[in-house]
Design a protein around this ligand. Structure first.
Ligand code: BV8
Length: 235
Protein backbone atom coordinates (compact mmCIF):
# COMPACT_ATOMS: atom_id res chain seq x y z
CA UNK A 1 0.00 0.00 0.00
CA UNK A 2 3.09 2.27 0.01
CA UNK A 3 2.83 4.18 -3.29
CA UNK A 4 -0.79 5.17 -2.74
CA UNK A 5 -1.58 8.87 -3.14
CA UNK A 6 -5.07 9.15 -4.69
CA UNK A 7 -7.92 7.23 -3.07
CA UNK A 8 -11.57 6.88 -4.18
CA UNK A 9 -13.96 5.26 -1.68
CA UNK A 10 -17.44 4.13 -2.84
CA UNK A 11 -19.96 3.57 -0.03
CA UNK A 12 -23.44 2.03 -0.02
CA UNK A 13 -26.27 1.27 2.39
CA UNK A 14 -24.18 -1.30 4.25
CA UNK A 15 -22.02 1.42 5.87
CA UNK A 16 -25.13 2.92 7.49
CA UNK A 17 -26.70 -0.41 8.52
CA UNK A 18 -25.03 -0.38 11.96
CA UNK A 19 -26.53 3.09 12.52
CA UNK A 20 -29.98 1.54 12.16
CA UNK A 21 -30.81 2.59 8.60
CA UNK A 22 -32.38 -0.18 6.49
CA UNK A 23 -30.40 -1.39 3.51
CA UNK A 24 -32.22 -1.94 0.21
CA UNK A 25 -31.84 -5.64 -0.39
CA UNK A 26 -31.95 -8.46 2.04
CA UNK A 27 -34.42 -9.12 4.86
CA UNK A 28 -36.62 -6.14 5.57
CA UNK A 29 -34.74 -4.11 2.98
CA UNK A 30 -36.38 -0.92 1.70
CA UNK A 31 -37.14 -2.57 -1.56
CA UNK A 32 -38.88 -5.39 0.39
CA UNK A 33 -41.83 -3.25 1.41
CA UNK A 34 -42.01 -1.05 -1.70
CA UNK A 35 -41.53 -1.91 -5.37
CA UNK A 36 -38.74 0.37 -6.63
CA UNK A 37 -40.97 1.28 -9.58
CA UNK A 38 -43.65 2.52 -7.15
CA UNK A 39 -41.51 4.87 -5.12
CA UNK A 40 -38.13 5.64 -6.75
CA UNK A 41 -38.81 6.56 -10.40
CA UNK A 42 -39.96 9.83 -12.01
CA UNK A 43 -42.92 7.89 -13.43
CA UNK A 44 -43.97 6.85 -9.91
CA UNK A 45 -43.79 10.50 -8.77
CA UNK A 46 -45.96 11.61 -11.70
CA UNK A 47 -48.44 8.79 -11.07
CA UNK A 48 -48.79 9.04 -7.26
CA UNK A 49 -46.76 11.90 -5.71
CA UNK A 50 -48.32 11.37 -2.25
CA UNK A 51 -47.07 7.76 -2.12
CA UNK A 52 -43.57 8.89 -3.09
CA UNK A 53 -43.60 11.83 -0.62
CA UNK A 54 -44.78 9.53 2.19
CA UNK A 55 -41.87 7.14 1.41
CA UNK A 56 -39.24 9.91 1.44
CA UNK A 57 -40.78 11.98 4.26
CA UNK A 58 -40.55 8.88 6.49
CA UNK A 59 -36.93 8.21 5.53
CA UNK A 60 -35.98 11.90 5.88
CA UNK A 61 -37.37 11.88 9.43
CA UNK A 62 -35.73 8.53 10.25
CA UNK A 63 -32.16 9.58 9.39
CA UNK A 64 -32.45 12.49 11.83
CA UNK A 65 -33.00 9.97 14.64
CA UNK A 66 -29.80 7.98 14.08
CA UNK A 67 -26.06 8.63 14.58
CA UNK A 68 -22.96 7.90 12.51
CA UNK A 69 -21.14 4.67 13.42
CA UNK A 70 -17.47 3.68 13.80
CA UNK A 71 -17.11 3.19 10.03
CA UNK A 72 -18.27 6.76 9.29
CA UNK A 73 -15.95 8.17 11.97
CA UNK A 74 -12.99 6.16 10.68
CA UNK A 75 -13.49 7.51 7.13
CA UNK A 76 -13.81 11.04 8.53
CA UNK A 77 -10.46 10.56 10.29
CA UNK A 78 -8.85 9.31 7.06
CA UNK A 79 -10.37 12.31 5.23
CA UNK A 80 -8.84 14.66 7.81
CA UNK A 81 -5.38 13.06 7.94
CA UNK A 82 -4.78 11.76 4.38
CA UNK A 83 -2.46 14.22 2.61
CA UNK A 84 -3.12 12.76 -0.84
CA UNK A 85 -6.32 13.12 -2.88
CA UNK A 86 -9.32 11.40 -1.39
CA UNK A 87 -12.97 11.33 -2.48
CA UNK A 88 -15.82 9.53 -0.71
CA UNK A 89 -18.41 8.81 -3.43
CA UNK A 90 -21.57 7.72 -1.64
CA UNK A 91 -24.72 6.14 -3.04
CA UNK A 92 -26.33 6.93 0.33
CA UNK A 93 -28.79 9.77 0.69
CA UNK A 94 -28.25 10.10 4.46
CA UNK A 95 -25.90 12.72 5.97
CA UNK A 96 -23.93 10.39 8.26
CA UNK A 97 -20.57 10.85 6.49
CA UNK A 98 -20.77 14.61 7.01
CA UNK A 99 -22.11 14.29 10.56
CA UNK A 100 -19.07 12.11 11.35
CA UNK A 101 -16.89 15.01 10.12
CA UNK A 102 -15.99 13.99 6.57
CA UNK A 103 -15.83 16.85 4.03
CA UNK A 104 -14.54 15.28 0.79
CA UNK A 105 -17.94 13.60 0.18
CA UNK A 106 -19.95 13.43 -3.09
CA UNK A 107 -23.60 12.23 -3.05
CA UNK A 108 -24.05 10.67 -6.49
CA UNK A 109 -27.71 9.71 -5.78
CA UNK A 110 -28.75 12.89 -3.97
CA UNK A 111 -29.61 13.71 -0.34
CA UNK A 112 -32.66 13.38 1.91
CA UNK A 113 -31.98 16.75 3.57
CA UNK A 114 -32.40 18.64 0.28
CA UNK A 115 -35.55 19.68 -1.61
CA UNK A 116 -35.49 20.56 -5.31
CA UNK A 117 -37.95 23.04 -6.83
CA UNK A 118 -39.29 21.88 -10.18
CA UNK A 119 -40.25 25.49 -11.11
CA UNK A 120 -37.12 27.57 -10.37
CA UNK A 121 -34.62 24.64 -10.08
CA UNK A 122 -33.41 25.92 -6.68
CA UNK A 123 -32.29 23.41 -4.05
CA UNK A 124 -32.96 24.00 -0.36
CA UNK A 125 -31.66 22.36 2.82
CA UNK A 126 -34.80 20.57 4.05
CA UNK A 127 -35.64 18.64 7.23
CA UNK A 128 -39.46 18.54 7.25
CA UNK A 129 -42.07 16.72 5.10
CA UNK A 130 -42.89 17.61 1.50
CA UNK A 131 -46.27 15.85 1.26
CA UNK A 132 -48.17 19.01 2.31
CA UNK A 133 -46.61 20.82 -0.68
CA UNK A 134 -44.73 23.58 1.15
CA UNK A 135 -43.89 26.68 -0.95
CA UNK A 136 -40.43 26.99 -2.47
CA UNK A 137 -38.51 29.59 -0.38
CA UNK A 138 -37.17 31.04 -3.66
CA UNK A 139 -40.21 31.24 -5.98
CA UNK A 140 -43.14 30.22 -3.74
CA UNK A 141 -44.26 27.53 -6.19
CA UNK A 142 -45.52 24.37 -4.49
CA UNK A 143 -43.41 22.09 -6.68
CA UNK A 144 -40.68 20.82 -4.35
CA UNK A 145 -39.53 17.20 -4.87
CA UNK A 146 -36.99 15.07 -2.95
CA UNK A 147 -33.48 15.93 -4.28
CA UNK A 148 -32.88 12.26 -4.96
CA UNK A 149 -31.66 10.51 -8.16
CA UNK A 150 -34.39 8.07 -9.11
CA UNK A 151 -34.01 5.05 -11.39
CA UNK A 152 -33.66 6.18 -15.00
CA UNK A 153 -32.29 9.54 -13.92
CA UNK A 154 -28.67 10.59 -14.43
CA UNK A 155 -26.61 10.34 -11.26
CA UNK A 156 -25.04 13.62 -10.03
CA UNK A 157 -21.50 14.84 -10.83
CA UNK A 158 -20.55 11.79 -12.93
CA UNK A 159 -17.71 13.74 -14.65
CA UNK A 160 -16.07 14.48 -11.27
CA UNK A 161 -16.47 10.84 -10.25
CA UNK A 162 -14.97 9.48 -13.49
CA UNK A 163 -12.12 12.03 -13.24
CA UNK A 164 -11.27 10.95 -9.67
CA UNK A 165 -11.50 7.24 -10.60
CA UNK A 166 -9.20 7.80 -13.59
CA UNK A 167 -6.54 9.26 -11.22
CA UNK A 168 -7.03 6.72 -8.40
CA UNK A 169 -4.16 4.56 -7.11
CA UNK A 170 -6.62 2.81 -4.81
CA UNK A 171 -10.39 2.19 -5.20
CA UNK A 172 -12.22 0.91 -2.10
CA UNK A 173 -15.86 -0.22 -2.02
CA UNK A 174 -17.65 -0.39 1.36
CA UNK A 175 -21.13 -1.77 2.14
CA UNK A 176 -22.56 -2.06 -1.36
CA UNK A 177 -24.09 -5.02 -3.23
CA UNK A 178 -22.87 -3.75 -6.61
CA UNK A 179 -26.37 -4.09 -8.06
CA UNK A 180 -26.99 -0.54 -9.30
CA UNK A 181 -25.24 1.18 -12.24
CA UNK A 182 -23.30 3.29 -13.05
CA UNK A 183 -21.99 3.02 -9.43
CA UNK A 184 -21.46 -0.74 -9.75
CA UNK A 185 -19.29 -0.21 -12.84
CA UNK A 186 -16.75 2.10 -11.17
CA UNK A 187 -14.53 -0.76 -9.91
CA UNK A 188 -13.96 -1.91 -13.48
CA UNK A 189 -13.10 1.68 -14.53
CA UNK A 190 -10.61 1.89 -11.67
CA UNK A 191 -9.04 -1.52 -12.33
CA UNK A 192 -8.77 -0.75 -16.05
CA UNK A 193 -6.55 2.26 -15.33
CA UNK A 194 -4.33 0.28 -12.91
CA UNK A 195 -5.76 1.12 -9.50
CA UNK A 196 -5.58 -1.40 -6.65
CA UNK A 197 -9.15 -2.42 -5.72
CA UNK A 198 -10.41 -3.44 -2.27
CA UNK A 199 -13.89 -4.51 -1.16
CA UNK A 200 -14.99 -4.27 2.52
CA UNK A 201 -18.44 -5.86 2.85
CA UNK A 202 -20.55 -8.17 4.99
CA UNK A 203 -20.83 -10.63 2.07
CA UNK A 204 -19.38 -10.85 -1.43
CA UNK A 205 -21.02 -8.27 -3.73
CA UNK A 206 -22.19 -8.93 -7.30
CA UNK A 207 -18.89 -7.39 -8.54
CA UNK A 208 -16.65 -9.16 -6.02
CA UNK A 209 -14.63 -10.86 -8.74
CA UNK A 210 -13.44 -7.46 -9.99
CA UNK A 211 -11.63 -6.70 -6.70
CA UNK A 212 -7.99 -7.57 -5.92
CA UNK A 213 -8.81 -7.89 -2.20
CA UNK A 214 -12.10 -8.74 -0.44
CA UNK A 215 -12.47 -8.54 3.33
CA UNK A 216 -15.78 -9.80 4.74
CA UNK A 217 -17.32 -8.51 7.96
CA UNK A 218 -19.27 -5.59 9.45
CA UNK A 219 -18.07 -2.15 8.31
CA UNK A 220 -17.94 -1.00 11.94
CA UNK A 221 -15.01 -3.40 12.43
CA UNK A 222 -13.40 -3.59 8.96
CA UNK A 223 -13.23 0.13 8.20
CA UNK A 224 -11.47 1.38 11.39
CA UNK A 225 -8.85 -1.40 10.98
CA UNK A 226 -8.32 -0.57 7.29
CA UNK A 227 -8.00 3.17 8.04
CA UNK A 228 -5.41 2.44 10.75
CA UNK A 229 -3.39 0.44 8.19
CA UNK A 230 -3.62 3.26 5.61
CA UNK A 231 -2.49 5.96 8.05
CA UNK A 232 0.31 3.71 9.38
CA UNK A 233 1.51 3.08 5.80
CA UNK A 234 1.63 6.83 5.15
CA UNK A 235 3.73 7.62 8.27
C1 BV8 B 1 -29.21 5.68 -14.93
C2 BV8 B 1 -31.59 6.93 -4.48
C3 BV8 B 1 -29.05 6.59 -17.09
C4 BV8 B 1 -33.01 6.58 -4.20
C5 BV8 B 1 -30.78 5.11 -5.88
C6 BV8 B 1 -26.58 -1.19 -16.67
C7 BV8 B 1 -26.97 -2.47 -16.45
C8 BV8 B 1 -28.24 -2.72 -15.85
C9 BV8 B 1 -29.09 -1.69 -15.43
C10 BV8 B 1 -28.69 -0.42 -15.64
C11 BV8 B 1 -27.46 -0.18 -16.27
N1 BV8 B 1 -27.32 1.17 -16.33
C12 BV8 B 1 -28.43 1.76 -15.79
C13 BV8 B 1 -29.28 0.80 -15.38
C14 BV8 B 1 -30.57 1.03 -14.74
C15 BV8 B 1 -30.46 1.30 -13.21
C16 BV8 B 1 -29.90 0.10 -12.53
O1 BV8 B 1 -28.73 0.02 -12.22
N2 BV8 B 1 -30.82 -0.84 -12.24
C17 BV8 B 1 -30.40 -2.02 -11.46
C18 BV8 B 1 -31.45 -2.29 -10.40
C19 BV8 B 1 -30.21 -3.20 -12.37
N3 BV8 B 1 -29.63 2.48 -12.95
C20 BV8 B 1 -30.25 3.68 -12.99
O2 BV8 B 1 -31.40 3.86 -13.27
C21 BV8 B 1 -29.35 4.88 -12.69
N4 BV8 B 1 -29.55 5.89 -13.65
O3 BV8 B 1 -28.70 4.67 -15.32
O4 BV8 B 1 -29.48 6.75 -15.73
C22 BV8 B 1 -27.64 7.01 -17.12
C23 BV8 B 1 -26.54 6.13 -16.91
C24 BV8 B 1 -25.22 6.57 -17.00
C25 BV8 B 1 -25.02 7.82 -17.29
C26 BV8 B 1 -26.16 8.61 -17.53
C27 BV8 B 1 -27.47 8.22 -17.37
C28 BV8 B 1 -29.73 5.56 -11.36
C29 BV8 B 1 -29.57 4.67 -10.25
C30 BV8 B 1 -29.78 5.45 -8.93
C31 BV8 B 1 -31.13 5.15 -8.33
N5 BV8 B 1 -31.23 5.71 -6.98
N6 BV8 B 1 -30.85 5.69 -4.64
C32 BV8 B 1 -33.23 6.16 -2.78
O5 BV8 B 1 -32.27 5.99 -2.03
O6 BV8 B 1 -34.41 6.02 -2.47
S1 BV8 B 1 -30.07 3.54 -6.02
C33 BV8 B 1 -30.06 2.90 -4.39
O7 BV8 B 1 -30.03 1.50 -4.55
C34 BV8 B 1 -28.83 3.25 -3.58
O8 BV8 B 1 -28.42 4.59 -3.74
C35 BV8 B 1 -27.81 2.25 -4.09
O9 BV8 B 1 -27.21 2.72 -5.28
C36 BV8 B 1 -28.69 1.05 -4.41
C37 BV8 B 1 -28.70 0.11 -3.23
O10 BV8 B 1 -27.51 -0.54 -3.25
P1 BV8 B 1 -26.58 -0.62 -1.93
O11 BV8 B 1 -26.36 0.73 -1.38
O12 BV8 B 1 -25.42 -1.43 -2.32
O13 BV8 B 1 -27.52 -1.38 -0.87
P2 BV8 B 1 -27.96 -2.93 -0.87
O14 BV8 B 1 -29.00 -3.07 0.16
O15 BV8 B 1 -28.22 -3.40 -2.25
O16 BV8 B 1 -26.63 -3.71 -0.39
C38 BV8 B 1 -26.11 -3.47 0.88
C39 BV8 B 1 -24.77 -4.21 0.94
O17 BV8 B 1 -24.17 -3.92 2.19
C40 BV8 B 1 -24.92 -5.73 0.83
O18 BV8 B 1 -23.90 -6.22 -0.02
C41 BV8 B 1 -24.70 -6.22 2.28
O19 BV8 B 1 -24.01 -7.43 2.32
C42 BV8 B 1 -23.79 -5.13 2.82
N7 BV8 B 1 -23.94 -4.90 4.27
C43 BV8 B 1 -25.08 -4.95 5.00
N8 BV8 B 1 -24.79 -4.64 6.31
C44 BV8 B 1 -23.44 -4.38 6.35
C45 BV8 B 1 -22.91 -4.53 5.05
N9 BV8 B 1 -21.61 -4.35 4.75
C46 BV8 B 1 -20.79 -4.01 5.81
N10 BV8 B 1 -21.24 -3.82 7.09
C47 BV8 B 1 -22.54 -4.01 7.39
N11 BV8 B 1 -22.94 -3.85 8.66
Amino acid sequence: MSNIRNIVILTGAGISAESGIDTFRGGGGLWENHRVEDVATPEAFARDPDLVHRFYDARRAAIQQVEPNAAHYALARLDAEWEGNLLIVTQNVDDLHERAGASRVLHMHGEHLSAWCQSCDARHHWRGPLIDRPACPECSAETLRPDIVWFGEMPYRMEEIYAAVSEADLFVSIGTSGAVYPAAGLVQEAAAQGAQTVELNLERSQGSHFFDVTRLGPAGQLVPAWVEEMLASAR
